[in-house]
Structure formats: structure tokens, C-alpha cells
Design a protein around this ligand. Structure first.
Ligand code: ADP
Ligand code: MG
Length: 347
């Protein structure tokens, strides 16, 4: 079932500036977890604010469960949209206890029903023993959980989370990510996460939407976004990538690293750039190899090698962290492309 639809939603903050959100169209299914990924300023927060009802679109429609929330002649205020929101800074009420924070949106319930719901939700996020603490006496991760509990307490149809883990340490971030996902899946809550972290977007999401300058460049599964990026921007934003020039021939796409299949059906004679990920390229040291190692980046679990080809083009190859070769080593490089993705030369 379709829970949310955006139809050509546009929002411009100033007449002399490009729109912050530009003709955004997408649908989100009930129970789905979506992430919006994109660089700072691409319109992620504005998109969430438009969905929540904190901003009014200049044009287009926001639809929840087939009911128009914002659109020509129609406006439903945020508190009537059934949406929970978790912001980057948590925005807990400092003068209220954990239980009071979580119970804040539950005034429609009677006293004992409210107490029971707060208990349930605190148990769900593992904070049942912290009910009477104040926010300042909690760790970052605990505050994050309270914010999530508060957003989940009214059982919203949809929850929006704007870079919810960005104030946490790397360790805690990974742990909270898993925990939050477990809670969302357990409660069947539809969620949209905003992040500029590709790994986070990929681990959490059923589908990832990549935004650039207010426009949705691609919305698809993490695997498809990574292996079949729709645009050069997506290709470069969702992981390391190199582009090698190629010429389309009857045999396939001829490049310095061999001839690749032409599944996209490019015309013979066309000049293209072939996308190469570091995991597509392997090499072995060989005195007569065509490549030279120009740099090694130690990444902990892997070594990323930068290789120079005879034309001067650089490509990257990821290897296990135990294989260490010196700069200047001659190598024979090979590209094994499972997914051949090409872009037009000018793109
Ligand atoms: P993101 O969350 O992806 O970093 P935002 O949605 O916050 O991006 O911002 C998108 C664009 O809109 C940016 O150019 C930003 O400067 C601008 N913007 C955001 N909020 C406002 C505002 N309240 N007034 C004017 N411009 C804004
Ligand atoms: Mg933002």
C-alpha cells in the first residue's frame, strides 16, 4: 500500500535563488525504510520539512494515504498529519523527565493509558529504568533513544529522521543504526532517514534516493544505485569511482583495460566513459605489466591502490589489507566488470 506520495513538489526560499527542492516526485510504500542521500545543501532537510508540514510547497502536492496534505487549495497542519519527527539535535525538553518527554504527544490519552504507552515505548527502546531522569543526565545515545521514543509514542504512520546519528561517535552510531532499524521493522513504521553518509544510507534502507541541487537523481535499491548509477553524479557520490575512456566497436567497448560487453546498446563509433569501481580492478605484480602503483591508501580492512596506466589515466583497486606492494611496482591490471556502466563522453 502506498503511504506517501510527493507530486512535483517545489520549494524556493528566495526568488533570486534556485529552488531548494525542485519538482520532487516519489512514492513510499507502507513499512518501507527510505533514505535520502546527498551533499550538504541539496535539499534533504527541506524535503522532510515539506512532508512534515513545517514548510509550504510553492507548487506540487504532498499526499499521505491518498489524502492531500499540501497542494492547491489544501493545507493540513503538521499536528494533524500523523508524522513523527526526529531532528539531528534531538530537541528534547530539558525541564521534562524522560517519561514526560515521551508522553508529551499523548495528551489525547487518559492518564493511565498514557502511563502504559510511555512504559511500553521506553521498554522498546531499552530505557525503562530511566523514566524519571532529566535529559542532561543522559548520554548522547540515550538522548537519541528518548527522541526516537517520543516520536514513536503516538504510533505515527510515518517517521522522519534528519541525520539522527550525526552527533554520535562512530561506534555508537553503528549500534544505534541497527537498534533503530530493529524498532522500526518491529513496529512496522514507515520511515524516511536523511543522511550524507553513503554507508549509513546503504545499510539502513530498502531504497535510497540520491538528491542533487533539489532534484532526485535516482531512487532505487542500494545495490542498483551502487552498480547501476543513473547519472555521473550518483556514480561519484555513492562510492569511489574512476572513468576510463572507451570506444564502442562491433566487439564491444574497447578501453585501455580490455574490451567490455555493450549491454546498454551504445552505437558503434560512440566515445564513452566506462565506470570502474575499485572492487572491479585486480592486479598482479609483473615486470612487463602495463600499470604502475603510484599510491597506496591503508584503510584498515583493505588497501586501496592507485594505478597509473600508459595513457596517464589513474584507476583504483581495492585489495586485502595483508597484500602490501611498494609505490613504483609494475603491475598487470585487469578489470572484471560484472556490471558495465557507461556515460557519454561529454557527461
Ligand atoms: P540539506 O539538508 O540537504 O543540507 P537544506 O534543505 O537544509 O539542505 O537546504 C537546501 C537549500 O536551501 C540550501 O541552499 C539552503 O541554504 C537553503 N535553505 C534552507 N533553509 C532555508 C531557509 N530557512 N531560508 C533560506 N534558505 C534556506
Ligand atoms: Mg539538512
Amino acid at each position: 500500500m502506498e503511504l506517501l506520495a510527493l507530486e512535483q513538489v517545489t520549494k524556493r526560499y528566495a526568488a533570486d535563488r534556485p529552488p531548494a527542492v525542485d519538482g520532487l516526485t516519489l512514492t513510499v510504500q507502507q513499512g518501507e525504510i527510505l533514505t535520502f542521500l546527498g551533499p550538504s545543501g541539496c535539499g534533504k532537510t527541506t524535503t522532510l520539512r515539506l512532508i512534515a508540514g513545517f514548510e509550504v510547497p510553492d507548487s506540487g502536492r504532498v499526499v499521505i494515504r491518498s489524502e492531500t496534505m499540501a497542494g492547491p487549495g489544501r493545507w493540513v497542519p503538521p499536528e494533524e498529519r500523523g508524522i513523527g519527527v526526529v531532528f539531528q539535535d534531538y530537541a528534547l525538553f530539558p525541564h521534562l523527565t524522560v517519561a514526560e518527554n515521551v508522553g508529551f504527544g499523548l495528551h489525547h490519552l487518559g492518564r493511565s493509558a498514557r502511563r502504559e504507552r510511555v512504559r511500553q515505548i521506553l521498554e522498546l527502546v531499552g530505557l525503562e529504568t530511566f523514566a524519571s531522569r532529566y535529559p542532561h543526565a543522559l548520554s548522547g545515545g540515550q538522548q537519541q533513544r528518548v527522541a526516537l521514543a517520543r516520536a514513536l509514542a503516538p504510533a505515527p504512520a510515518l517517521i522522519l529522521l534528519d541525520e539522527p546519528f550525526s552527533n554520535l561517535d562512530a561506534d555508537l552510531r553503528a549500534q544505534m543504526r541497527e537498534e533503530v532499524e530493529r524498532i522500526l521493522r518491529h513496529t512496522g513504521t514507515t520511515a524516511i532517514f536523511v543522511t550524507h553518509d553513503q554507508e549509513e544510507a546503504f545499510t539502513l534502507a530498502d531504497r535510497v534516493g540520491v538528491l542533487n541541487q533539489g532534484r532526485l537523481e535516482q531512487l532505487d535499491t542500494p545495490e542498483t544505485v551502487y552498480h547501476h548509477p543513473a547519472t555521473r553524479f550518483v556514480a561519484e557520490f555513492v562510492g569511489a569511482t574512476d572513468f576510463l575512456p572507451g570506444a564502442v566497436t562491433a566487439e564491444g567497448i574497447a578501453t585501455e583495460l580490455g574490451v567490455f560487453p555493450n549491454p546498454e546498446g551504445r552505437d558503434i563509433g560512440e566515445r564513452v566513459k566506462v565506470m570502474l569501481r575499485p572492487d572491479d580492478i585486480t592486479f598482479v605484480p609483473r615486470p612487463d605489466g602495463q600499470g604502475v602503483i603510484v599510491r597506496r591508501y591503508f584503510r584498515g580492512s583493505e588497501n586501496l591502490y592507485c594505478l597509473r596506466l600508459p595513457s596517464g589515466h589513474l584507476v583504483h583497486s581495492s585489495q586485502g589489507s595483508a597484500t602490501v606492494y611498494a609505490r613504483g611496482t609494475r603491475v598487470r591490471a585487469e578489470a572484471n566488470l560484472i556490471h558495465v556502466v557507461t556515460f557519454s563522453q561529454g557527461a
